[in-house]
Design a protein around this ligand. Structure first.
Ligand SMILES: Nc1nc2c(ncn2[C@@H]2O[C@H](COP(=O)(O)OP(=O)(O)OP(=O)(O)O)[C@@H](O)[C@H]2O)c(=O)[nH]1
Length: 223
C-alpha cells in the first residue's frame, strides 16, 4: 500500500496500452475516486478494502483529499488503482471537483440508513457529468448494508436509480466487508478491458459480471 495527500504530483494519465506493441503498462495508475455525502462511509470502505478492518465509533470527517494505491490482479494482469478518498462536506467540493477531470473511475456512495444521501445522488451525478471525462466508469454503492434495522432506502430503489442512470449498482458494508472486493475488482476489470480491448474481442459487460459474482457470493442477503 502506498498513500499520498493532496500535493501528489502524479498526474500522468494517458493510454495504458502501447499501441505499437499492444502491451499493457502495469505501472500506469488508474485514478479512482470515492464520492458521496459526508458520513456515507467513503473512508471506511477504503480502510476495509486496503486493510481488511473496520474502526467503529466516533466519526471524523475527511479534510481535503488523499489517496491509497492498490494493485488488483485481473486475468493475470496487474491493474494499479490509485483510490482517492474525498471529503463529502460541501465546503470541500471545489477541491474535489478539480480531481474529477483525471479520473478513470468514480464510486458514488450513499448510506442506506440516510435518505438525503440517496436523494443527493442525482446532484452528484450532475457534478460528475460536468467535471469528469465523458467515458469515466461510474458505479453506485449503497453502503452500510449491515444496518438492516435502520434501513430507509430499499435495495430496489438503489437498483431502479442505477438502471435509470445506466450505471452498475451494489450494496456494500464497510463493517462486514460485503461486496467491497467485488466493487473494486469490477472497476479494475472494466478499466483493464478498456485498455486492452482489441476490435474483435467480446465487450466486457460490467453489469453482467457484477450480477454473476453477486449470485455466486449470495451478496444481496442482508448482513
Ligand atoms: N455500521 C456501519 N457503519 C459504517 C459503515 N461505513 C461507515 N460507517 C460509519 O459511518 C461513519 C462515517 O464513516 P466515514 O467512513 O468516516 O464516512 P465518510 O463518507 O468518509 O465521511 P466524510 O469524510 O465526512 O466525507 C463512521 O462512524 C463509520 O464507522 C458501514 O458499512 N456499516
Amino acid at each position: 500500500m502506498q498513500e499520498g495527500r493532496i500535493d501528489s504530483s502524479d498526474s500522468a494519465y494517458g493510454s495504458v496500452v502501447d499501441s505499437d506493441k499492444c502491451t499493457y503498462d502495469e505501472n500506469q495508475t488508474q485514478k479512482t475516486i470515492l464520492v458521496g455525502d459526508s458520513g456515507v462511509g467513503k473512508t471506511s470502505l477504503l480502510v476495509q478494502y486496503d486493510q481488511g478492518k473496520f474502526i467503529p465509533g466516533s466519526f471524523t470527517s475527511t479534510v481535503g483529499i488523499s489517496f491509497t494505491n492498490k494493485v488488483v490482479d485481473v486475468d493475470n494482469l496487474k491493474v494499479k488503482l490509485q483510490i482517492w478518498d474525498t471529503a463529502g462536506q460541501e465546503r470541500f467540493r471545489s477541491v474535489t471537483h478539480a480531481y474529477y477531470r483525471d479520473a478513470q473511475a468514480l464510486l458514488l456512495i450513499y448510506d442506506i440508513t440516510n435518505k438525503p444521501s440517496f436523494d443527493n445522488i442525482r446532484a452528484w451525478l450532475t457534478e460528475i457529468h460536468e467535471y469528469a471525462q465523458k467515458d469515466v466508469v461510474i458505479m453506485l454503492l449503497g453502503n452500510k448494508s449491515d444496518m438492516a434495522a435502520e434501513r430507509v432506502v430499499k435495495t430496489e430503489e438503489g437498483e431502479k436509480l442505477a438502471k435509470e442512470c445506466g450505471i452498475p449498482f451494489m450494496e456494500t458494508s464497510a463493517k462486514t466487508g460485503v461486496n467491497i472486493e467485488l466493487a473494486f475488482h469490477a472497476v479494475a476489470k472494466e478499466l483493464k478491458h478498456r485498455a486492452t480491448q482489441q476490435p474483435n474481442d467480446p465487450k466486457f459487460k460490467i453489469h453482467e459480471y457484477i450480477d454473476s459474482q453477486k449470485h455466486k457470493s449470495g451478496c444481496c442477503k442482508q448482513a
